[in-house]
Design a protein around this ligand. Structure first.
Ligand SMILES: [Mg+2]
Length: 234
């Protein structure tokens, strides 16, 4: 029997051309954003801490932030055709984001995509008297690197019997990608795949993803960058 395939797709900078969490951070955070961003780029802080620190500099007004995100949301070419292709092939599309995430459903709703994705795993951003706060319902139980453990989502899909195609752009996608059966990478993720000697396919838009053949599922536990079922990052 032919193996079923699932797509694990990052949101910011992958489905959208711009990283909306970074754009909101830069817009409202100014110099404070640059300090936090530089710490992150030097790998002094993980993405989970990046998000929490940035949240302090955003106005605690989700309606306002959602309006900005909807204004700035530009969907990468071919995404709608990709969703149709996935449905024709009975391949679920799972979206996983380690950004603020609150804008994903409103953007999908506006563009008509919401019913076409199977699952959305994202952080929860909420207003509190102390300002904007983050909850990480999909974090690893002890690992402090990712707010949303995309590696666990990939491993979970493999346990459900799927081979997994990972589609991403950011450095933090490396953990989930390292567990997948085929990596479609651009930007920072592509650079890391080269450094790690991971096989990957460079992609520009979702028409490139449609051309990718279904991979076989195989065990990645020895070369993966973290242990989602163990203690997290290696
Ligand atoms: Mg991204």
């Amino acid at each position: 029997m032919e193996q079923k395939t699932a797509y694990l797709v990052d949101f910011d900078g992958t489905i959208t051309t711009r990283d909306l969490s970074s754009e909101l951070a830069a817009y409202y955070g100014g110099n404070e954003y640059m300090k936090i961003e530089n710490e992150y780029r030097r790998r002094n802080i993980p993405i989970k801490i990046w998000l929490r620190r940035i949240a302090r500099h955003l106005p605690p007004d989700l309606k306002l932030l959602e309006t900005k995100a909807l204004q700035w949301a530009d969907i990468r070419p071919g995404f709608e055709r990709f969703l149709e292709h996935a449905r024709e092939n009975d391949s679920p599309v799972i979206v996983a984001s380690d950004g603020f995430g609150f804008y994903i459903e409103p953007i999908f709703e506006e563009k008509g995509f919401l019913s076409k994705v199977s699952r959305i795993y994202r952080n929860e951003t909420y207003e509190s008297p102390q300002g904007l706060k983050i909850k990480n319902p999909h974090a690893h139980r002890i690992c402090e690197v990712c707010g949303n453990c995309k590696a666990a989502h990939v491993v979970g899909l493999k346990e459900e019997g799927y081979s997994v195609i990972y589609i991403g752009d950011g450095s933090n996608d490396r953990f989930g990608a390292s567990w997948s059966d085929f990596i479609c990478a651009r930007d920072s993720l592509a650079k890391i795949c080269r450094e790690q000697n991971f096989n990957y396919s460079q992609w520009i838009d979702f028409y490139d993803i449609i051309k990718v053949k279904k991979p076989e599922s195989y065990d990645r536990s020895l070369i993966s960058l973290c242990c989602p079922l163990g203690d997290g990052v290696k």
